[in-house]
Design a protein around this ligand. Structure first.
Ligand SMILES: O=C(O)C[C@H](O)C(=O)O
Ligand code: SF4
Length: 514
């Protein structure tokens, strides 16, 4: 097992930087279903570029490299204690190389361990099997989509859909509701794994395990196969679209499993995974620890894909998008001219800030003058070189709604003109944007290489003691593109999409599976 650590390092690197072909195919097909020039289509182009860049740079597809979760099958007698040791070393090394963001945070003190290790991390599930080789599967599921996981206890009442009973039709309603409630916040278009039955723990576990199925497979249970097909069809009529921008594609995959329950409990558990669906697997020689082969590398070609494609449509800007270049600091007048749908190209200095910084700023001064400035909800992957200079390895947006309790007060207190993030914010922030002349810019979630490429210099950092993701990084950007989704006139694309998708959800109220 000498080579096992090296094999695990390869697996981690591949999972973080190279999206599997089945996921790429689903994204490609989604792009073909969106009209050229729409916001969804432009977002999918950025996502496609980002996937290519991550592979070329051998750098994280998304800066949130998630909760590393290993599922391992071993022959009887394999030394699991030794394997765990080597996996931990590989995790430490991958973090040092910038393939993983330091993501392990003490839940009580907030301290980041810096090496992705600590109580509960990484997650490793061992199973034995009769084969003579080892199988290791790894999923790196980020926090934004994890936060959109949801568990239903049947019977229940669901907004838009009414009563969900203890039957297949009730299950159908829960799954549709799960897609609706995620909106764009988990970086749609997403994939869902569904676990029917079990208890609260095993239900969620089953849901997550479904995510290891290839996107293209067919459920061996005909009833569940039918339900999966139905959900794909119906969920895509909700028009939530990529990043919640509206569009024809909201869901890229749906995999459902069922286990028994006990009479009093009936759970439907849904694991939501963003488009940056990072999971890979390998078979390992049980003696040497070397990789024998990779899983997830094959995608059976579909009949319709064999047909010659018509030439790609030229990207024309639809939906009336204007492109506006802004240099920081930004004036109130410039902000008040912006409208939902405008594409802003930012140049100049911006500051990252997420959960720890927002909480801090409420009752402290800022270390820099933020007047007319820009806050970027982002926790990047950073590496320091031998001369002590920091380099950005990945830097996409994080889910903004977590800052909703603080954002309005911070805009007011510091005179902030633009907040960049993803997934949108709520009514309190919208009101503050109007009152104080500020705007919310939606960057494309997960496009961490694309945005890292726009950062020309790291000019400083404050609060490094919060840990790398939570620190306040001073970033000089050039050509940083984001879409105005909440403006200073009280308009919010997020509120609009939420409303229309709820109306569409209500169309699926009538029983389908009797
Ligand atoms: O933690 C992050 O950088 C992003 C997170 O995965 C999110 O989607 O909000
Ligand atoms: S930022 Fe988006 S793409 Fe990245 S882990 Fe979070 S949900 Fe996934």
């Amino acid at each position: 097992m000498k080579a096992f650590k090296e094999s695990m390092l390869k697996l981690i690197t591949e999972t973080s930087t190279n999206l599997p072909p089945d996921v790429r195919q689903a994204i490609r097909e989604a792009k073909e279903k969106e009209d050229a020039g729409t916001r969804a289509s432009l977002a999918l182009s950025t996502i496609t570029d980002n996937i290519r860049m991550a592979e070329e740079n051998v750098s994280p597809i998304c800066q949130d490299t998630g909760m590393p979760t290993f599922i391992i099958y071993t022959p009887v007698g394999a030394n699991q204690i030794e394997m765990t040791k080597q996996i931990r070393e590989a995790i430490r090394e991958a973090t040092k190389q910038g393939k993983l963001r330091p993501n392990s945070v003490d839940s009580l003190t907030g301290e980041n361990s810096g090496d992705n290790l600590g109580p509960g991390l990484p997650v490793i599930h061992y199973h034995q099997w009769e084969k003579d080789y080892i199988e290791v599967r790894l999923i790196l599921k980020g926090g934004g989509c994890e936060n959109k996981n949801i568990q239903y206890s049947l019977p229940c009442e669901l907004e838009g859909l009414g009563r969900a009973g203890r039957d297949l039709d009730g299950i159908r309603k829960c799954i549709l509701h799960a897609v609706y409630q995620a909106q764009g916040q988990g970086c749609s278009a997403g994939f869902i794994g569904v676990g029917i039955g079990g208890d609260r723990t095993t239900g969620y576990e089953l849901a997550k395990m479904q995510l290891f199925r290839p996107v293209w497979d067919t459920n061996p249970n005909p009833q569940l196969a039918k339900l999966e097909e139905y959900i794909m069809e119906a969920a895509n009529q909700l028009s939530i679209g990529t990043m919640g921008f509206g569009g024809n594609v909201t869901l890229l995959g749906c995999k459902i499993g069922a286990i028994n329950r006990i009479p009093a409990s009936f759970f439907v558990s849904v694991a939501y995974n963003c488009w940056a669906f990072r999971r890979q697997g390998v078979h390992i020689d049980a003696n040497s620890g070397e990789i024998i082969d990779w899983l997830y590398k094959e995608v059976p070609e579909k009949e319709e894909n064999k047909k010659a494609k018509s030439p790609a449509a030229v990207e024309v800007k639809k939906e009336g998008a204007r492109e506006i270049v802004l240099n920081t600091p930004i004036t109130e007048e410039q902000i008040r001219q912006l409208k939902v749908g405008d594409v802003v190209i930012l140049n100049g200095l911006i500051y990252t800030g997420r959960d720890a910084l927002h909480k801090y700023l409420i009752d402290h001064d800022a270390p820099v003058d933020l007047t007319n400035g820009v806050i970027y909800h982002c926790g990047p992957v950073m590496l320091k070189d031998q001369d002590g200079n920091w380099h950005v390895k990945a830097a996409g947006p994080t889910t903004s709604i977590r800052e909703e309790p603080y954002q309005a007060d911070i805009i007011k207190k510091f005179g902030i003109r633009a907040v960049i993030g993803k997934g949108g914010m709520g009514a309190k922030t919208l009101q503050a944007l109007k009152e104080h002349g500020a705007v919310y810019l939606n960057a494309i979630g997960g496009a961490a290489q694309y945005y890292a490429d726009c950062i020309t210099k790291v000019e400083g950092v404050d609060f490094l003691e919060f840990g790398i993701p939570e620190a306040m990084w001073h970033l000089r950007v050039k050509g940083f593109a984001a879409i105005v989704t909440m403006d200073a006139h009280g308009n919010s694309l997020h509120a609009d999409v939420d409303k229309t998708s709820l109306e569409k959800l209500a169309q699926f109220k009538e029983p389908v599976f009797k």
